[in-house]
Ligand binder design. Structure first.
Ligand SMILES: Cc1ncc(COP(=O)(O)O)c(C=O)c1O
Length: 469
């Protein structure tokens, strides 16, 4: 009998990567980009899958008989073996000690975060501390915290969109409550690309906090070692790392921190037993107590192969490749001008770009310096076959800091717009006229494994044409 793993092992990558030829890799694995005339610059939205990942997965599935893992049949046991192999592969990629960490499979990063948010013992003496630069899937934790009567604090950003003097801020906060609390921050901003200091993990844990690290935007292009950054919880989505499969992510959890969570419910797959008569149930230990229903077991073979793909290239090589392209992109954007020499583009985030990943948020400026609405630039890009993202990227804190919103004026504009029936355009108009904001959204370009110089050049040329109109 062929199981999924039998087929998938045939694809295992060599242990260590020499610097790869990224041009050959693009031609071999991502030929559909050039065939379709695409300049894909939305890696922070999703990575692209290499051809071989879907081809190998299709042939593995065609040769396997995999049953629901919640059983003891041969096909079920084959799936269980695949799930366990995938758990081990995730731990290996994240350099996590299996004695210390477990992997819970989730639908995505958001699902991983919600597992923690819904089960953490927030309370009047156990606050939630959020970076101002969080994705909404982390911001949403505040709904659970507030419902439990917990205070919610935000660690502010400075004018470079970096976390501001965060160590002393945390120390001061720690003096204001007796019990422990939860600190949640992104390893990399999905707005500005800033890589926030991983040293914050140790700092917060040393103060007694539980730490949730949102690694969704960081791990697609940077290695992360959980022996060095020993976060209690790490959340990620695999499609952001290697493009396929969608619908699978993970909560990588320290065993001890996971054991402290109290699940608000149980479901199929998470229990040893449930008694209807006695109204009792016993949750399963470890990861399985947090995997509601049936995990996406058919997809996990592709997750293993996806990690092999990244390991074969080498995460340090990915980081260097992405770093060089991002430097070229930022330099190109900053050098664009109108015919009269006035700047054409405003790039948000650090001027020095030190410790930043491959995500760049910017706006196009009119000659007088007014911001061109981001959706006009998005439309131009669309017409030119360039995929970028427009808006606030589900990161309102970074947006508010970047566009210098004044809190009470912005709150007034939000209230007025909500009363009138919410529309982004109306909100933008109000923010401009009485909110004092130069913009309410931006364009985001982000690069990854398959990006090349010509993708960057196409975006820069498209923008340069605006300057000469
Ligand atoms: C930093 C960050 N966190 C969380 C998420 C949410 O990821 P998902 O939609 O896969 O749950 C994203 C998605 O872009 C992100 O960039």
């Amino acid at each position: 009998m062929l199981t999924g793993t039998t087929m998938l092992r045939a694809m295992k990558a060599p242990a260590r990567a020499v610097a790869p030829d990224f041009a050959a890799l693009r031609a071999r694995e991502f030929g559909r980009l050039d065939d379709g005339g695409h300049a894909y610059l939305d890696y922070t939205g999703s990575a692209l899958y290499p051809d071989r990942l879907v081809a190998a997965h299709a042939s593995a599935l065609r040769a396997s008989v995999l049953g629901n893992p919640h059983s003891e049949s041969p096909t079920s046991l084959a799936s269980t073996a695949l799930v366990n192999e995938a758990r081990a592969r995730v731990l290996r990629f994240f350099d996590a000690d299996p004695e210390e960490y477990v992997v819970c499979f989730t639908p995505n990063t958001t699902g991983a975060i919600q597992l923690v948010a819904s089960a953490y013992a927030f309370g009047p003496d156990a606050p939630l501390i959020l970076a101002a630069d969080n994705h909404n899937s982390v911001n949403g934790m505040r709904a659970y915290a507030e419902r439990a009567g917990a205070r919610v604090h935000h660690l502010p950003l400075d004018d470079q969109l970096r976390l501001h003097d965060v160590a002393s801020e945390l120390t001061v906060l720690r003096g204001t409550h007796v019990g422990a609390g939860l600190v949640a921050f992104p390893a990399q901003s999905n707005f500005s690309g800033v890589r926030h200091p991983l040293a914050l993990v140790d700092k917060a844990r040393a103060l007694g906090y539980t730490v949730l690290l949102d690694a969704a935007a960081y791990v697609p292009t940077s290695p992360l070692s959980l022996r060095h950054a020993r976060a209690d919880f790490v959340a990620c989505s695999f499609y952001k790392m290697f493009g396929y499969p969608t619908g699978v992510g993970a909560l990588i959890a320290r065993r001890e921190a996971l054991a402290r969570l109290r699940r608000p419910w149980f479901s199929g797959g998470t229990v040893e037993y449930v008694s209807v008569q006695s109204r009792s149930h016993l949750l399963r230990d470890g990861a399985e107590g947090f995997e509601d229903g049936t995990v996406n077991f058919l997809a996990l073979g592709a997750v293993i192969d996806g990690f092999d793909f990244l390991d074969e290239i080498g995460m340090s090589n990915v980081r260097r490749h992405v770093g060089a392209l991002t430097d070229a992109l930022v330099e190109g954007l900053r050098s664009l001008t109108h015919r009269d020499g006035s700047p054409l583009v405003r790039v948000y985030g650090p001027r020095d770009r030190y410790d930043c990943g491959g995500t760049v948020a910017f706006n196009v400026l009119e000659r007088r310096g007014d911001v061109v609405p981001y959706d006009e630039i998005e439309a131009r890009a669309r017409a030119a076959g360039i995929s970028v993202r427009g808006g606030c990227f589900c990161n309102p804190g970074a947006s508010e800091a970047a566009f210098e919103f004044v809190a009470d004026r912005a709150a007034r504009c939000i209230a007025e717009t909500t009363r009138a029936g919410w529309s982004v355009r109306d909100f933008a108009r109000r923010m401009k006229s009485c909110g004092g904001a130069e913009a309410v959204g931006a364009v985001r370009a982000s690069v990854g494994v398959a990006t090349n110089e010509s993708d960057i050049a196409r975006l820069l040329q498209m923008l340069a044409r605006l300057g000469s109109e």
